[in-house]
Design a protein around this ligand. Structure first.
Ligand SMILES: *Cc1c(COP(=O)(O)O)cnc(C)c1O
Length: 494
């Protein structure tokens, strides 16, 4: 299972504590010669583990370790020696550590996808981390108005900043954007019809499908237009007494190109107003600043969509915004007030840590000129290929020494993507370490999978991408070069 030669790779923890030397044949008798649980718990070696981790978890580990030994002795057909204090102690310790190891761990995201949903999307700035820690540490005025001494509104801590940054009258924050869409539809279009273009009936990762959300919200989806072309009259033809909303959805992870047509927000907003309806826009990523000023492909800003007349806009907190997981609802004050009164709002509300982090991130937007330097998500997206190449030149020799002769490490151009359905077709020129096994290409698959497994087994797992006969490590998101190289056996960046 090791990559070819495995030359410089050090595989720690590959020796199981249960690898006892083979010897005896009288397995039944041996199994009964295993020490009892109480005796093992009194061994000084095990008592020391209890001292550190408490009795309950050690008891569980001792039972499991003894059970496994018994199993091995009885089914091993002899040839296995009864484990002694040292071996059993090692086995217990390893078990306790495995039981207590956190499941959620830091990883290096070298996939080339900046906002990777499976890897937790946006990395938060220090200001947000500090705010979260502060909120977690003790009581806060979450729903308490310090001026009046009365009950306050939890949304108020961020609403002021959201409205200021996008020009909406009011705002509300819920668990994520899927929840935001569900809540808005359930409030404004329960048992009513919602007109959506056939070109915008999206499915995005993690089983968010617009038609399903719509059904769960209790709204009736009315498809208008065609897959590639939808016109204003398609919407107006669909309007009847049961219609509640016109809805526009950002086609986050695809584009309709070629002979295509869609209707602008401003046109739909006027149409909705003329019929006493509201226009809902699910922006998905929803950026608060013009990304072009940072050299990124353009995206409609929340402010532009509000300015075009949308009555309610929904977007994510952890996509282009660069904050914590959250769903933001911004729009007309009367509609946001109705949404707040929906009992579902209580079920979808965010906690104090999310609000603390989101507030800190939004405050960074007060100074857009320095945003790219202060917001990690934007910093990663705007990092130049030249800067990433210099990182690759520092990392390549370390990686080559780690892998040994069985692999060739090259510095190669690649393309990163923003991810999470943001800027679906925008690609960011980047640089990667391209790891190629010294075996014929047609048999490289196994070696690549094995190496990917070895990198995932590092203390801070390294996640790359297997593509075209190589394992690619896109260095765009590598923000801790020293941590990366030190776990490859090198002391520091050369
Ligand atoms: C990402 C996305 C969602 C879901 O947002 P989450 O914050 O992941 O729940 C909904 N609609 C669109 C258009 C999206 O791009």
């Amino acid at each position: 299972m090791l990559p070819p030669t495995g030359g410089g790779i050090k595989l720690s923890a590959s020796v199981s504590p249960c690898d006892w030397a083979p010897m005896s044949r009288e397995s039944e008798i041996q199994a009964s010669s295993l020490p009892g649980v109480d005796r093992v718990l009194r061994w000084p070696r095990v008592a020391a583990i209890i001292e550190r981790h408490g009795r309950d978890i050690v008891l569980e580990a001792v039972r499991e370790a003894l059970g496994e030994s018994r199993e091995r002795l009885t089914s091993g057909g002899g040839g296995i020696e009864t484990p002694g204090e040292q071996d059993l102690g090692d086995a217990v310790e390893a078990r306790v550590e495995a039981l207590l190891a956190p499941s959620l761990r830091r990883v290096f995201n070298l996939t080339g996808t900046v906002l990777h949903t499976n890897l937790g999307r946006a990395v938060l700035p220090p200001e947000a981390i500090a705010a979260m820690a502060e909120a977690a540490r003790g009581p806060v005025n979450l729903e308490y108005d310090l001026q009046s001494g009365r009950r306050g509104d939890r949304a108020s801590h961020v609403a002021k900043w959201i409205t200021r940054l996008c020009g909406a009258e009011a705002a509300l924050v819920v668990n994520n954007n899927a929840a935001a869409v569900l809540l808005v539809l359930n409030t404004l279009a329960l048992r009513k019809e919602v007109a959506v273009s056939r070109g915008e009936l999206i499915e995005i990762g993690g089983s968010f499908r617009l038609p399903d959300i719509m059904a769960r919200a209790g709204s009736k989806l009315v498809e208008v237009g065609t897959t590639n072309r939808t016109h204003a009259r398609d919407y107006s033809d669909a309007i009847n007494a049961r219609t509640a909303l016109l809805m526009k959805v950002h086609t986050s992870n695809y584009v309709v190109e070629g002979f295509s047509a869609a209707v602008e927000e401003s046109v739909l907003a006027r149409m909705a107003a003329a019929h006493g309806l509201a226009l809902l826009v699910d922006l998905g990523s929803g950026t608060l600043v013009d990304l072009e000023r940072y050299g990124l492909p353009p995206e409609p800003t929340v402010g532009a969509v509000i300015g075009a007349g949308a009555d309610v806009v929904t977007f994510s907190g952890d996509k282009l915004l660069g904050g914590p997981q959250a769903g933001i609802i911004a729009g007309r004050a009367d509609l946001v007030a109705r949404i707040k009164r929906n009992p579902m709002t209580r079920a979808l509300r965010v906690d104090k840590m999310t609000l603390a982090a989101l507030g800190a991130v939004l405050r960074l937007y007060a100074d857009p000129a320095r945003l790219a330097a202060r917001l990690p998500a934007l910093a990663a997206m705007t990092r130049t290929a030249e800067d990433i190449r210099r990182a690759a030149e520092r990392m390549a020799p370390v990686m080559q020494a780690y892998l040994g002769e069985g692999w060739r490490v090259a510095i190669a151009e690649c393309m990163s993507q923003v991810g999470s359905g943001a800027l679906p077709v925008g690609r960011l020129p980047s640089m990667a370490l391209k790891l190629v096994p010294a075996v014929p290409k047609r048999s490289s698959g196994r070696a690549l999978r094995a190496l990917a497994g070895v990198l995932r087994a590092l203390p801070v797992p390294v996640i790359g991408r297997v593509h075209d006969g190589a394992l690619w490590l896109d260095l765009r998101c590598l923000d801790d070069e020293t941590g990366f190289t030190s776990q490859l056996g090198a002391d520091a960046v050369p």
